[in-house]
Design a protein around this ligand. Structure first.
Ligand code: SAH
Length: 228
């Protein structure tokens, strides 16, 4: 079973439209779609925006549908000059950029208890996602993806996240999904297409490029399902 989570309708609708034998189940207000794509078992959900919804969704998916792997798909802001709108960012690891106990001497982003900052994605999942992005006519980079409960839209914040975590893209769900997968021992990956520059004009880019970015993320996950 391959689990797929997107935050918004636009991020899941293409993949939902190619699913066959679809059944639905609602848990904690989230609709889980189970069915088949390329003959493979899929569970798909729209978690909603932000880290809490993302964590609830990942935990409910793991406990109820027992996926072998979860891939978080969708859109993100770029943190580098080399990734532009419509390009693909694949996480090697994820971090919570807004998790901060640094006044107590901890590194920024430390997840106390498990005592790590970066949550590593499954290496085979990363490799396969990278391979599946190749046929698209856009740039693809693998690196750290940073999540926080805020839409990043200032050069100052963008530069803080890039420098502190060496991150290539920012969004609002990936690290939560990775965190939940990590504590449950489930393989995971995060696949995002760039919707905006995460700076002062990001809200303008975002409205224009979300549909294109969501389509590109769909194309990669579709290839991934076929190859997995
Ligand atoms: N009220 C809006 C909120 C969208 S938030 C709505 O319900 O549609 C933006 C979404 O896109 C989040 O899911 C986040 O993961 C992603 N995203 C894209 N660009 C981002 C950026 N610059 N900073 C943070 N998240 C971003």
């Amino acid at each position: 079973m391959i689990g797929i989570i997107g935050a918004m309708q636009i991020e899941i609708e293409h993949i939902k439209s190619v699913m066959e034998y679809v059944k639905t189940k609602e848990i904690s207000g989230i609709i889980f779609y189970t069915g088949k794509i390329y003959g493979k078992d899929i569970t798909l959900a729209k978690c909603g925006i932000g880290k809490v919804f993302a964590a609830v969704c990942a935990e409910a998916m793991i406990l109820n549908f027992k996926p072998d792997v979860i891939v978080n798909i969708g859109v993100a802001g770029t943190l580098t000059d080399s990734l532009n709108t419509a390009d693909i960012a694949i996480a090697k690891s994820v971090v919570h950029h807004d998790l901060d106990t640094s006044p107590l001497g901890d590194p920024f982003g430390l997840i106390s208890g498990i005592n790590i900052v970066n949550i590593e994605c499954d290496k085979n999942v990363v490799r396969l996602l990278e391979k599946c992005a190749k046929p698209l006519d856009v740039k693809c980079e693998c690196g750290v993806i940073a999540s926080g409960d805020q839409f990043v839209c200032t050069s100052e914040k963008k530069s803080y996240i890039r420098k502190t975590f060496n991150a290539i893209a920012c969004e609002m769900e990936g690290a939560s999904i990775g965190h939940v997968c990590f504590i449950n021992g489930v393989k995971f990956g995060v696949l995002r297409a760039i919707s905006d520059g995460a700076d002062e004009k990001s809200h303008m880019d975002y409205q224009e490029f979300v549909p294109i970015a969501a389509k590109n993320s769909f194309k990669v996950i579709k290839n991934f399902i076929e190859e997995y």
